[in-house]
Design a protein around this ligand. Structure first.
Ligand SMILES: [Zn+2]
Length: 81
């Protein structure tokens, strides 16, 4: 997944220790064309955690007595498919 590979560059690689925005390195010191799988998985994990937290916040912040809340959630602001 291309997006994940780009996101992976935002974090430090747990395998080769490449810093954020730096490409992963081979054991020879040459840059890899793709980040390590572990780096991608780590960033995927972080994204999922963040998403889960956002859902949690959204649920907690949701006003209970607002009659139009379902309209707001599923209506005008929903992205068109
Ligand atoms: Zn790496």
């Amino acid at each position: 997944m291309k997006v994940l590979r780009e996101l992976a560059l935002l974090i430090r690689c747990p395998v080769c220790g490449a810093k954020p925005k730096q490409k992963c390195e081979l054991s020879t010191g040459l840059p890899r064309t793709e980040p390590h799988l572990e780096r991608c998985l780590a960033v995927e994990n972080a994204v999922q955690l963040t998403t889960a937290r956002l859902h949690l916040v959204a649920r907690t912040d949701e006003p209970r007595n607002r009659p139009n809340s379902s309209l707001v959630e599923h209506g005008v602001n929903a992205p068109k498919r």
